[in-house]
Write a new protein. Structure first.
Length: 85
């Protein structure tokens, strides 16, 4: 199982707010930790974000993250609307 690490305090705060207020987000993050490439609608990004991944958390929420398979780590770089792409 992978572990999720926020890239900065802003991302950490946003993830904590979502976990407190939205139980569906907690479930999607749990699934993401099981398989960051296939669960929660995960998909690789292209262009200037190549090498990163994104997944849907619900409504208009997306997260952008990098995967480190060696240390089983998911580094969340942003939590935002789909307009980030």
């Amino acid at each position: 199982m992978y572990h999720i690490y926020p890239a900065n305090k802003r991302v950490e705060k946003r993830l904590e707010e979502l976990k407190e207020n939205r139980h569906d987000v907690v479930e999607k993050l749990r699934k993401l930790k099981e398989n960051p490439r296939e669960n929660s609608g995960a998909h690789p990004l292209h262009g200037r974000l190549q090498g990163m991944w994104a997944c849907w958390l619900g409504s208009n929420l997306r997260i952008i993250y990098c995967i480190d398979d060696t240390s089983k780590r998911i580094d969340v770089l942003a939590v935002c609307s789909h307009k980030i792409y």
